[in-house]
Structures are given as structure tokens and as C-alpha cells.
Design a binder for this molecule. Structure first.
Ligand SMILES: Nc1nc2c(c(=O)[nH]1)N[C@H]1C(S)=C(S)[C@@H](COP(=O)(O)O)O[C@H]1N2
Ligand SMILES: [Mo]
Length: 535
């Protein structure tokens, strides 16, 4: 890449062989910066969700095979989206450098290369499930045009023919100084455009933030009973019975958390067997009798012993009543629809069995979480929660549409990606303390954790050390069958390495299986164990 001998573009006299590639690469990077900044500006003015990094990232997430997605969640946890975005930026930077170098030889080809990224962005934008139509292509197109223009002009400076201007007499002045000036102007303009774009996107968000801050949740017509004092064990290291909102796990495909303005929000209920289709505002929902319930939510991607589970006090509208008001009947009572498909503002679809939603359990359209409006990350203004079902078949965040249909007629997002249509939560127990590979002192070691089998309840937890007998753990009091239950076991630890295993029995008397399965297609099974060394 050091010797550029080009018949069509004469090398500018000043750009010495070593410097030229570096300047070409810089031109490529500046073009990419400009493209992203212009796209940001256009997206800020039109629709922040249509920004190229957001739409391409979203398209990548949707096309990632379940196994890879699972791997990403396992490896990067809740940083998976940051890692993805960094990856996109790194790839873009690489292509920018290559296009910059290409431009030194073929100026048009370099610019065309930048434009082709615009096409990729536009295609991704139009393919998003929440696409707002052709206008969504504009940020990518505007960005690509600006980037291509910048690359063409900057490289032109490097390869410009013609006599050196007054200059320093060395003949080096013209192109390099011209390039530097153009580069500084470009960088400044791009930074300004990007900042303005950020500001514009942020302003939309601020309306949503204001709507959340000014939302006063009504008192529940049916409050949750107080959590029994004996439901909380005083064991250091055990999961707190209620998971604070800031610690609550988050799993979704949203690269940018939707910030929905509560005043503009609507929920439409329609579809098969809906004799009275309706569209509700938030005020209309809040005018209905609200219930407050403790419900433990779990993710199907949670490995045995994993962190994707949390317990919160939810405030919401009973979903079954709302469906009944729209004329919906459960299939067990002759209703036509057996699947309820919830759709979010970002185009996610989740399907729940209508018979489960309407069987008397506390399926909610939740508006409150632990005493405050839902945090944006957890679905503000309204999300679904169905006790006993994994999140991906029930817990639609930022919900805006409920369609009654059949399992035969429609596969929602995750089902299209090989997850099961129906997914009740499997019985699980987790050892919170001691941690794996801990080195507790010999003597009494309190082994403790949580166990869950939502909507069936937990009847018993047992602990086994190495190949010893199963021994009954002490169970904390049960809050409800829909919540997890804490347990503890005083183990008399002897020196050496030990494997401590736990198993739970649910309210139906079924003992948690020891058969290990992966998280796909319907949730991990098997028993959690930790290995510790007693010195
Ligand atoms: N709109 C939307 N809702 C969603 C998801 C999503 O990706 N998008 N993920 C679901 C999954 S897989 C789970 S486990 C729960 C997680 O809810 P949380 O992030 O509030 O813990 O949300 C569910 N609702
Ligand atoms: Mo999930």
C-alpha cells in the first residue's frame, strides 16, 4: 500500500509515499464520521429509531441464530447490546479505512462504496418491524450522500493536480494544507451535526420522561397482602426477596430503549372473537380497578443458577377482565382464539395462551413496578405480566397492540426463532451463597438461595453435599404461589472440596428434574450446584 502509481489521478506532489495511505485512511474515517453524524441529525429530526446503527443493529439481532444470541447473553450479559454496537463501529471503521485507501486510486469507487453502506442502512431501516415507511430510509441515505461527498472532496485534495500555490516552495504545501483545512472543517461540521442530532432525539425523549414523572399511579382497588415477615431470611448473600428496580434483570432486543410519551400512548385490542374491539388511552386503563401483586418474572434464557430472574410488586389492570370487556372468551369456554399476540412499539411480538391468561391467575397489564411507574427499561408506560409464563411468551414491554388469534395462524418473534410456542416456567432452585469456588471455614456454613415454580408454588427444598443424602432445607414463608421462595440450610462443613447441590419440589409434588437441558427451546432444566473448598 505504499506505492501509488496511478494513471488517472496524478499524485499530489506533497503527499509523500508514506503519508498518503495515512491521509487516505483519515479521509475514509472522516467520511464515516460525517455519514454517521448526518444520519444522526436526520434521525433526530425525523425518527430516532430509524438511525442506521440502530436499524442495522436491530436487523443483526433479529438474524442472529438463537444459539449465538444465547451465547451473547451468557457471555456479555446485559452488556450484549453495547458489545454489538462497538462491533458495528469497529467494522465501520475498518471499511472506512479500506474505502479511504481505495479512493486514492479510484476516487469514484471509494465514494460509491460509501453509498453502498447507505443502501444497506436503508434496507435495514425499511425491513424493521416498527418501520414507519419510506421516510425511515432517509437518515441512512442522507448520511451516505454526505459521507460519499466528503470522501470524494477530501481525496480530491490529496490527488489534486495543478501547480502548488504560493506555498513554501517545497511543493508540499498545496495538497497537504488543503487536505488538513478540509479535514478540520469536515470534522467540526460533523461533530456539530451529530450533536444537534443527539439534541433533537433527546428532546423527544424528554417529553416521555416528563410524562412519566408526572404520572401519579392510582391506589390499587385490590392491594397486595403484606409480604410475611418470615418470607425474608436474614442470610448474608441471599437474593433480596423483592428485587429493586435498578437491580432487576433486563432482557430485550431494543438497542435504544423506547421512550414512549404516556399522553400519546394507545393500546388496541382486536382480532378473532373480539366482538367489541377497543383502543384504550392510559387514563382509561388507570380508571379501571387496579390490582397489586407480587410476581416473580423469569427469562427462558436463564441458565441453571443464572441471574435472569427477579421478583417485583406490580400494579396493573387485570388483563382477563379487559379481554372479557372486549368480548373475548377463553377457548375453554368456546372462544375462537387460543393465542394472544402482544405487540410492542418497537415491533416485538410475544404470544401467550388465552386459556392461561384467562384462567383466573393475575395476568396483568402492569403500569407500576415496586411503587413507581414502570422504568423505561421495563416497559413504560404499560407491559404485560403473566405469572407462571417465561417473559418471552408473556411479558411484552412497551405494549401497544393485543391481537387475538390462533397458534396455527401466527408465530410470534421468538417462536419464529425456534423457541417453543408454549413455555410455562420450570421448577428451579438457585444457590446464592456460598458462591462457586468459595473457601468457607469449616464448621457451620449457611447454604441459602431462592427457589421458584411460579403459579405452582414451592413446597420443599432439599440440599445434598457430595453424594450424601438429600436433606431438607428450611423454607422461608411463602408470599404467594407466584413468587419465589427463599430457603437456607445449615451445613456442617468439613475440610476438603465439596459439591453442594439443591433441588426443589413444586406445589403439585413434582420434584425438580435432574435432567440437564439447554435453555432452548423452552427453558433450562437440571439442578444447580456449587463447588467449594473448605480449607
Ligand atoms: N418489547 C419487548 N418486550 C419484551 C422483550 C423484548 O425483547 N421486547 N423481551 C421479553 C423477554 S425475553 C423477557 S425475559 C422479559 C424481560 O423483562 P425485563 O427486561 O423487564 O426483566 O421481557 C419480555 N418482553
Ligand atoms: Mo426472556
Amino acid at each position: 500500500m505504499t506505492r501509488f502509481r496511478n494513471s488517472t489521478l496524478r499524485a499530489a506532489p506533497g503527499a509523500s509515499a508514506g503519508l498518503r495511505p495515512a491521509l487516505g485512511a483519515s479521509a475514509g474515517l472522516l467520511a464515516a464520521l460525517t455519514a454517521l453524524a448526518m444520519a444522526e441529525l436526520a434521525a433526530g429530526a425525523l425518527r430516532p429509531a430509524a438511525g442506521p446503527v440502530t436499524v442495522v443493529g436491530g436487523a443483526v439481532i433479529d438474524r442472529t441464530p438463537a444459539a449465538v444470541k444465547d451465547f451473547a447473553i451468557r457471555t456479555f450479559g446485559e452488556n450484549d447490546k453495547v458489545v454489538l454496537q462497538l462491533g458495528i463501529f469497529a467494522l465501520l471503521a475498518l471499511f472506512a479505512v479500506l474505502l479511504g485507501l481505495l479512493s486514492l486510486r479510484h476516487r469514484r469507487a471509494g465514494a460509491a462504496g460509501v453509498l453502498s453502506f447507505g443502501i444497506v442502512g436503508a434496507a435495514a431501516a425499511l425491513s424493521r418491524p416498527d418501520s414507519a415507511g419510506a421516510a425511515d430510509a432517509l437518515p441512512s441515505v442522507a448520511g451516505a450522500l454526505a459521507g460519499a461527498g466528503v470522501l470524494y472532496v477530501l481525496v480530491g485534495r490529496l490527488t489534486a493536480a495543478g501547480p502548488p500555490l504560493e506555498g513554501d516552495g517545497s511543493g508540499e504545501g498545496f495538497s497537504r494544507r488543503g487536505f488538513l483545512t478540509a479535514a478540520v472543517v469536515t470534522a467540526t461540521a460533523a461533530t456539530g451535526a451529530g450533536a444537534l442530532g443527539r439534541y433533537l432525539s433527546g428532546r423527544r425523549g424528554r417529553t416521555a420522561v416528563l410524562s412519566r414523572n408526572s404520572l401519579i399511579l392510582p391506589a390499587p382497588a385490590s392491594p397486595a397482602p403484606a409480604v410475611p415477615v418470615a418470607a425474608r431470611l436474614k442470610v448474608p448473600g441471599i437474593s433480596s426477596f423483592v428485587t429493586p428496580n435498578r437491580d432487576f434483570y433486563r432482557v430485550d432486543t431494543a438497542l435504544v430503549v423506547p421512550q414512549v410519551d404516556a399522553a400519546a400512548w394507545r393500546l388496541r385490542i382486536h382480532g378473532k372473537g373480539v366482538t367489541r374491539p377497543r383502543t384504550y388511552t392510559l387514563d382509561q386503563l388507570l380508571a379501571r380497578p387496579l390490582v397489586e401483586r407480587d410476581i416473580t418474572l423469569a427469562c427462558v434464557s436463564n441458565e441453571v443458577g443464572g441471574p435472569y430472574i427477579g421478583n417485583a410488586r406490580w400494579l396493573g389492570v387485570p388483563l382477563a377482565d379487559l379481554l372479557a370487556a372486549c368480548g373475548v372468551a377463553s377457548p375453554s369456554k368456546g372462544g375462537e382464539a387460543d393465542q394472544l399476540v402482544a405487540r410492542s412499539v418497537d415491533g416485538m411480538t410475544l404470544g401467550s395462551p388465552v386459556d392461561v391468561v384467562m384462567d383466573g391467575r393475575d395476568a396483568l397489564l402492569a403500569v407500576g413496578m415496586n411503587g413507581e411507574p414502570l422504568p423505561f427499561e421495563h416497559g413504560f408506560p404499560v407491559r404485560m405480566i403473566v405469572p407462571g409464563l417465561y417473559g418471552y411468551v408473556s411479558a411484552c414491554k412497551w405494549i401497544e397492540d393485543i391481537e387475538l388469534t390462533t397458534f396455527d395462524a401466527y408465530d410470534p418473534y421468538w417462536v419464529k426463532r425456534d423457541w417453543a410456542r408454549r413455555a410455562p416456567i420450570k421448577t428451579q432452585a438457585r444457590i446464592d451463597t456460598p458462591k462457586p469456588f468459595a473457601r468457607p471455614a469449616a464448621g457451620t456454613v449457611v447454604v441459602a438461595g431462592v427457589a421458584w415454580a411460579q403459579h405452582r408454588g414451592i413446597d420443599r427444598v432439599e440440599v445434598r453435599v457430595d453424594d450424601g443424602p438429600w436433606q431438607e432445607a428450611d423454607l422461608a414463608a411463602q408470599d404467594t404461589v407466584d413468587t419465589w421462595r427463599q430457603w437456607s440450610f445449615p451445613w456442617t462443613a468439613t475440610p476438603g472440596g465439596h459439591t453442594v447441590t439443591v433441588r426443589a419440589t413444586d406445589g403439585t409434588g413434582a420434584v425438580q428434574t435432574e435432567r440437564r437441558t439447554r435453555t432452548t427451546p423452552d427453558g433450562a432444566s437440571g439442578r444447580h450446584s456449587v463447588f467449594v473448598t473448605v480449607p
